[in-house]
Write a protein that binds this ligand. Structure first.
Ligand SMILES: Nc1nc2c(ncn2[C@@H]2O[C@H](COP(=O)(O)OP(=O)(O)OP(=O)(O)O)[C@@H](O)[C@H]2O)c(=O)[nH]1
Length: 371
């Protein structure tokens, strides 16, 4: 069963419960768990069977607030995609070649990527022939169903693979400014709230100020950071951090790195050295290598992912800055073209603005008013 059917049931084209839920007031969305006195809600997943993982708290926030955050975050994408899609459909009465060409263009403009746009319009061309579709209304829902189904990550492990007992190591990679440090700050706060003993490593010794920024985030959650000097060898910071994490019984070590993609050879050598040190200290680590991508860069994020995959193995993607961007369509492109799961999404700059990637919330936010 495709994602569309799993979310909306078999009744295609019917206005579905929950889609027109009014957004909570901004203040509600912004309230912290302590203000709301709400407990983090645990999602009903069966991932324990798939991966070795400790109990998962989706976020510092309740599920209801996260759903609202998704909706708010995707407002811009929803508006621009909806307007473009409706304008496209209004342009055509009959289903002809121009219809399919325009569909492809509309999808490309919506950041879903050229390959996927071509694939969808080609499949639709064939299906339209099969059902002998004459007017565009007959195809409207089929297009949306196809788009929704591409967001399916069912065959990918999208939960973080953390050990139930013993040290888990998470390595963060990504270009400068993508949001690595911020994501580490947010995720470490979540782990702390789960009762884990968390250590950070400031492996970005390249950018002056990067270490301080990480230390500041750590302080906010009462956590410690292993640091080196600016311009020093990041591998030695990682070695110190691994030693300390092992000797002092930490549960999770999160390692920040520099993101010099423009100097690929250096980056490759640096990341290889960091991995070697991590593995020498703990052979099965890193348990996750998360690539942080800035959603607002659109298709550029996909190229970055391709480049980074050549430099180091990637186990998951963190897609930041979905809020405020109209380029949410990039999610479809990432899932389809990279086959790397999106594990986390950044929904703002605050400490609790990080959530597990939830396909259903994403779909409901992106296609609000269109299904
Ligand atoms: N709106 C929004 N801003 C974000 C998000 N994640 C990060 N940012 C902002 O993006 C900017 C860059 O984030 P950093 O965490 O410093 O990025 P970085 O990848 O660590 O960059 P370097 O340290 O230069 O390698 C900061 O101003 C963050 O506040 C997000 O999900 N939403």
């Amino acid at each position: 069963m495709g994602l569309f059917d799993r979310i909306f049931g078999k009744k295609k084209g019917v206005e579905l419960e929950g889609l027109d839920k009014t957004l909570a007031k901004d203040e509600d969305v912004k309230q912290s768990p302590t203000e709301k006195e709400s407990e983090p809600v645990q999602k009903g997943t069966n991932f324990e069977e798939k991966v070795e993982i400790s109990e998962n708290v989706n976020s510092l926030l309740s599920e209801e607030i996260i759903e609202k955050k998704y909706e708010k975050t995707l407002e811009k994408t929803n508006k621009s995609f909806g307007a473009r899609f409706n304008a496209f459909l209004a342009n055509f009465r009959s289903v002809d070649e121009a219809f399919f060409e325009d569909l492809e263009e509309t999808l490309i403009m919506s950041d879903v990527g050229a390959d996927l746009a071509m694939k969808i319009s080609e499949e639709l061309r064939q299906e339209a022939r099969l059902v002998n579709a004459k007017n565009t209304d007959q195809l409207r829902n089929l297009i949306i169903e196809k788009l929704v189904d591409t967001i399916d990550q069912e065959n990918l492990v999208k939960e973080l693979k953390l050990k139930k007992v013993g040290l888990s190591v998470i390595l963060f990679v990504g270009v400068n400014g993508a949001g690595k440090t911020t994501t580490i700050g947010k995720l470490s706060a979540r782990f702390k709230a789960q009762g884990k003993k968390v250590l950070l490593a400031a492996g970005d010794t390249f950018r002056a100020g990067a270490t301080n920024q990480l230390v500041e985030w750590a302080k906010r959650s009462g956590l410690e950071t292993v640091t080196g000097r600016d311009g020093g060898d990041p591998a030695s910071v990682v070695f110190d951090a691994m030693q300390r994490a092992k000797n002092e019984g930490f549960d999770v070590l999160l390692i920040d790195t520099a993101g010099r993609l423009q100097n690929k050879d250096n980056l490759m050598a640096e990341l290889a050295k960091i991995r070697k040190i991590i593995q020498r200290e703990l052979p099965e680590a890193p348990h996750e290598t998360l690539l942080v991508l800035d959603a607002s860069t659109g298709q550029n994020a996909v190229s970055q992912a391709r480049e980074f995959s050549k430099v180091t193995p990637i186990s998951g993607i963190v897609l930041t800055k979905l809020d405020g961007s109209a380029k949410g369509g990039i999610v479809l492109s990432i899932i389809q073209s990279l086959k790397i799961p999106i594990k986390l999404v950044g929904l703002g700059e605050k400490i609790d603005d990080l959530a597990d990637f939830d396909e259903e919330f994403f779909v409901r936010g992106l296609f609000k008013g269109l299904v």
